[in-house]
Design a protein around this ligand. Structure first.
Ligand code: F6P
Length: 392
């Protein structure tokens, strides 16, 4: 009897999920060791409630080219209630108990191995199952945010960068026609990769990311003034949904936002604050609209002071994956099946250079934010400052 592999997709949708599924199916189709691939619907929800269906490659022609996930996805966290437990020892005990219960689901679902495709939240659940029960789990890293530490890129990232860049290029032309300031909000919960890369690639004028809390007066107001002095008539501000002002700037410069309102944001099932609810791009527009002094400055330089915000939101992770993400997804999926055949569990497949590699799930679930010394930060400063700053 061959190996029965269950596969689920969890967390936010991401271009390339179907590509991973197709990679899994392609490899399983060739290998006699694999009996069948069982799709588990809606991430951990379907895992806990037995929502499965057999996946048959013959009816899924070129699935890797299609966006989204045919298995559906959810942000269900089986450990949700335990996260409220303050006592760490108690919490650990409860996590262990749930992990043990979850491992019993393998039999109910009729699977020997589970491949979980997801970001740090989804893979964190798989990791706990492996840690406490040595469950036969394998992870595949997914997220448009590109914020997982042990892989060079997560699939979905470059598709999202392209979508964001296309939108920013388009907005730039209308910003120019009206002499407007556009504040464009880009997805990315904790990490600024998406905003930084799409902002640089489209020549955004100010780029705000969570890793570098911004000073409203110095980095927005003063920069806009300098840009106007340098003859610039329109301005694109790329703003990550996770971008926040420095503590001092928040207290000093903001009329419509307080520390309290940030702390009171609702949280998702994994305890992540829903930063998109804050809508930093809208806040920046509101604050700019309150600045009569800046309006006068613009007008006295014969430039319009007209400000709009655009939230790219879910458009950034919609549609078909680009070629890079199709290939990466396929490769990660193929490799996950190889691990199942070799009996290597508790690992995540990943990209290192041009090779598909593996890392323990415990490492794979760690976060990767933009480091301060990243050459992308340097590039960001060069490309934004050149438009108003002359050293000699
Ligand atoms: O984690 C990926 C992501 O797209 C983030 O960039 C964003 O904050 C979040 O998902 C949005 O999630 P939802 O689909 O629940 O609105």
């Amino acid at each position: 009897m061959g190996i029965r592999i269950g596969v689920l997709t969890g967390g936010g949708d991401c271009p390339g999920l179907n590509s991973v599924l197709y990679g899994i199916l392609l490899m399983a189709n060739e290998k006699t060791e694999i009996a069948e691939i069982i799709g588990i619907e809606k991430g951990w929800t379907g895992f806990l409630t037995n929502k499965t269906r057999k996946l048959d490659i013959s009816s899924l022609d070129d699935l890797h080219t299609i966006g989204g996930t045919l298995l559906y996805t959810s942000r269900t966290n089986p450990f949700k209630d335990i996260m409220k437990e303050k006592n760490l020892e108690e919490r650990e005990k409860k996590i262990k108990k749930i992990a043990e219960e979850m491992s019993l689901q393998f039999e109910t679902l009729g699977i020997d191995v589970l491949i979980a495709i997801g970001g740090d939240d989804t893979l964190g659940v798989a990791e706990a199952m492996y840690k406490y029960t040595k469950a036969k789990v394998i992870g595949v890293p997914k997220t448009i945010d590109n914020d997982l530490a042990s892989t060079d890129y997560t699939f979905g990232f470059w598709s999202a960068v392209q979508l964001a860049s296309n939108s920013m290029d388009n907005i730039t032309t209308t910003a120019r026609s009206h002499q407007r300031i556009f504040v464009i909000q880009v997805m990315g919960r904790d990490a600024g990769w998406l905003t930084l890369v799409s902002g640089i690639s489209t020549g955004a004028d100010i780029i705000l990311i969570p890793e570098r809390p911004f000073d409203f007066e110095n980095e927005i107001i003063n920069v806009l003034k300098e840009r106007v002095k340098a003859g610039r008539k329109y301005h694109i501000i790329a703003c990550s949904e996770g971008a926040i002002p420095t503590f001092e700037s928040l207290k000093r410069d903001f009329k419509t936002l307080t520390q309290d309102s940030i702390e009171k944001l609702p949280k998702d099932d994994f305890g992540n604050p829903l930063l998109s609810k804050l809508n930093m791009s809208q806040i920046i527009v509101e604050e700019l609209n309150l600045r009569k002094d800046l309006k006068e400055f613009f007008n006295s330089n014969d430039v319009e002071y007209d400000i709009r915000d655009v939230i790219l939101g879910h458009t950034m992770r919609a549609g078909t994956p680009n070629s890079f993400d199709r290939i990466l997804g396929l490769r990660l999926g193929v490799h996950a099946v190889k691990l199942a055949i070799e009996g290597k569990f508790g690992f995540m497949t990943c990209l290192h250079g041009d090779k598909i590699d593996i890392v323990p799930l415990s490492k794979g679930t760690q976060k990767k934010i933009v480091p301060k010394d990243s050459d992308l930060i340097e590039l960001c400063d060069l490309i934004t400052r050149v438009k108003y700053h002359k050293n000699h």
